[in-house]
Design a protein around this ligand. Structure first.
Ligand SMILES: [Zn+2]
Length: 746
């Protein structure tokens, strides 16, 4: 046997057909040892200069064996060691790796490779052979080679789960436990009986390219439920999956999908090779879990694979209930670590065992909570390390505490008064170049607009409000350290004000009665002007606005959940207050993207399913026209905020035109004064469009405010003024952050 080492990528690329030939005659038959897999993996994870593929040729010059290896550096316990590992190992994608050797040549080929490595061993290189299937004939050969040498050996068992498929679907169902069998049958029957549901396997590259982002997204959503980001946050991982699309050419890639009305709600990504399906990844819409879309798709796939004569459905690494339910049985892989005896290598091969022993010894001494925290961090850390040192998860809690501490010092030491002249005259900007911070004299007038809603002490999370005392404290801070002006003055200040005299304005949205009861007296006492944007329908009809009705219905429903088929079949849970609040947020966000007629339809359906009875609890929570007139007489301005609080961008032009002009007409009628300003309901970029601005101008408005964060200048579009917080619970943090935002003009 003659051994040739391949180090250049170009040579690796040319190996394809020769590799294929050897694989065909070898006992290793998994997708993970194909040239295509290795090459796709290398293109995403490989590093130049690390290829160490060995080829073994017999005396007639016929290729008989391949060692698909790469060099790497192992790091552990602050030590490093050179190592050789399989291409495909280290990214948690490849479960069965192996040498590719023609049947009958295992002994000779491995002996030849072994001789080739003798020098590496002598120099301390560690041979790390992960995930060799237990059934591989190469394993016994390696074990006999080890026996003949004085080597350090670490041998770890890795359990995998696989299902050996019978011939027919009925036989397969017969393998399952009765309860699960019934479940599989009924889930599949239910899904297949729905005309809007379709199953399929991905057929071509174009389809695959559309499917992959969906897989990434659904996978991330599933993990997000457990508070984890999922593996596809790493670009390299996504690159690898795109690279694997080339396996479609050989019909090895099998990606099953389940769609509902054209939207994919589940997909399962795997490979078929030599009659085995290897299941690699899956994702499904968590909101559609009540339809068991994951189980449905797996059942459909297995039935299809059976029809095509597959004999194994391999779940790959890890065992668990979800695999054994499907008839999964354990088969093991081995992780071998072979090295010459020296101190560093001893540490590498025995270290994990030792540290486990130490851990066990100290475990009883450490409080359980700390252990749990450590375990969580360790798992995250391990995943990060496995993906070649990409971004590490950060814990933001200490940062928050630090801000709080800085804010308290800042506030208590009287810094706000000292900083005021500085932030009025100068602005701070960050640049990439040293010293990274630049002071500049202000050259343009600017103004910040605050946005408030409810001000009360109800502490009702379904109707969030700022407490009266906090509102008062923040208003005192504004009155003391800032120049508070009306919206009208702010607008003219932007045009011809002094650059070193920044101003702020106070606004409220919707028109809640607590603005009159709680906020107005404080504003009066401090002499602060403000603008309230009125949703006139709320004032005229005395009913809560639609989103308050929704919040109330969710707060008071006796249902444990409601099912709504908004974009996909979704179940919204209502068992706890947290679930109810979460469901409210999700439904609101989903409605945001719908055309107005659709939004109304779903809202009506939601109310019906929630069984909402009366709005009594939220009746008369809006201002009365008398209160509006009274405040108007005392310096409070009023602006338009539509009649019904829809998402303006989702209306027809006729509806939108009516909403903006009718509310203006009503306020002007009641106040006998012009209304010049408007606040977009919900106010984010998606909630209004350019065409809405034209309508507003046509209706006679002079300016409009959004809820897009930022500072306003003369150059800011008056129909899209910036507005926001900071909304903080602590007055010190409020002051600290506000001064910072002023300094950097954010
Ligand atoms: Zn609003």
């Amino acid at each position: 046997m003659k051994v040739v080492e391949i180090r250049r990528e170009a040579e690796f690329q040319q190996l394809r057909s020769a590799w294929d030939q050897v694989l065909k005659t070898s006992a290793s038959a998994s997708i993970f040892v194909t040239w295509e897999w290795a090459s796709a993996w290398w293109s995403s994870y490989g590093a130049p200069g690390q290829l160490r593929i060995l080829l073994a040729y017999d005396d007639d010059g016929v290729l008989r064996g391949i060692a698909p290896l790469r060099s790497k550096t192992l790091t552990k316990y602050w030590q490093t060691a050179p190592a050789l590992a399989f291409i495909g190992d280290g990214s948690n994608d490849s479960d069965y790796l192996d040498f590719v050797i023609s049947s009958g040549y295992e002994k000779e080929v491995l002996q030849a490779f072994w001789d080739h490595w003798s020098e590496d061993f002598a120099q301390g290189t560690i041979l790390q052979l992960n995930e060799i299937p237990e059934a591989s004939p190469n394993l016994t050969q390696i074990q006999s080679l080890i026996g003949s040498k004085e080597l350090l050996v670490s041998d770890t068992e890795v359990p995998c789960a696989t299902v050996r498929l019978p011939e027919t679907w009925e036989q397969y169902l017969g393998m399952l436990r009765p309860r699960f069998r019934t479940k599989v049958r009924s889930v599949l029957r239910n899904l297949e009986s729905r005309p809007e549901v379709r199953f399929g396997f991905c057929q071509d590259k174009a389809q695959m390219e559309r499917l992959l982002p969906v897989l990434f997204e659904l996978h991330a959503k599933r993990w997000a439920q457990e508070g984890m980001p999922g593996v596809f946050r790493w670009q390299k991982k996504r690159d690898f999956y795109y690279a694997l699309s080339s396996l479609l050419d050989r019909q090895w890639l099998r990606c099953g999908w389940l769609e509902w009305n054209g939207t994919i709600v589940a997909c399962q990504y795997g490979f078929s090779h030599a009659g085995t399906y290897f299941h690699l990844q899956e994702g499904y819409e968590p909101a559609s879990e009540h339809w068991n879309v994951g189980i449905g798709l797996r059942a459909w796939s297995i039935r299809e694979l059976l029809k095509e004569g597959f004999h194994e459905y391999d779940f790959l690494g890890g065992v668990g209930r979800h695999k054994t339910d499907w008839g999964g049985v354990i088969k093991n892989s081995r992780q071998l670590l072979l090295a010459h005896r020296n101190i560093v290598n001893t540490l590498f091969s025995r270290g994990p065992e030792w540290s486990a022993r130490v851990r066990d010894a100290i475990k009883p001494l450490v409080p359980g909570k700390i252990l749990a925290v450590r375990r969580g961090m360790h798992r995250n850390g391990k995943a990060a390390a496995a993906n070649a040192g990409d971004d590490q998860p950060t814990n933001s809690l200490p940062a928050k505490r630090l801000t709080n501490l800085a804010a308290q010092c800042y506030f208590r030491l009287g810094a706000p008064a000292l900083v005021r002249p500085l932030r009025n005259q100068y602005q701070l900007s960050f640049s990439r170049k040293w010293p990274n911070i630049r002071w500049r004299r202000r050259t343009q007038p600017c103004g910040r607009i605050f946005c408030f809603h409810r001000v009360n002490d109800d502490s009702d999370p379904f109707f969030p409000a700022m407490s009266t005392s906090l509102f008062e404290q923040e208003m005192r801070i504004l009155a003391k350290y800032y120049r508070v002006v009306s919206l009208r003055e702010l607008m003219s200040h932007l045009q011809d004000g002094a650059p070193d005299d920044p101003v702020v304005a106070i606004t409220f949205d919707d028109g809640y009665q607590d603005n009159y009861l709680n906020a107005f007296p404080i504003l009066q006492q401090l002499g602060l002007p403000a603008t309230i944007f009125l949703t006139t329908g709320g004032l005229d009809f005395r009913d809560p606005l639609w989103f308050e009705q929704l919040a109330l219905a969710i707060k008071t429903t006796s249902q444990e959940f409601v099912d709504l088929e908004i974009d996909v079949p979704r179940r919204f849970w209502m068992r706890t207050e947290a679930e109810r609040l979460g469901s409210f947020g999700r439904i609101f966000t989903l409605l945001r993207s719908l055309a107005d007629t659709e939004r109304r339809r779903f809202l009506a359906e939601a109310f019906q399913r929630l069984g909402s009875k009366s709005h009594e609890e939220r009746k008369d929570k809006m201002l009365t026209w008398d209160q509006v007139r009274q405040m108007h007489a005392h310096g409070i301005d009023f602006g338009g905020h539509t009649v019904t609080h829809p998402f303006l961008s989702r209306l027809t032009p006729e509806q939108a035109s009516w909403e903006v002009s009718e509310c203006k007409r009503r306020i002007e009628q009641e106040l006998q004064a012009p209304v010049d300003y408007f606040a977009y309901p919900n106010g984010r970029e998606a909630d209004f469009g350019e065409w809405n601005k034209h309508l507003l101008r046509a209706a006679g408005y002079r300016a409009a405010v959004s809820t897009i964060w930022g500072m306003n200048y003369a150059s800011t579009d008056p129909m899209e003024l910036r507005r926001g917080g900071p909304w903080e619970r602590d007055p010190a943090v409020f002051t600290y952050k506000l001064d910072w935002y002023q300094l950097i003009n954010d």
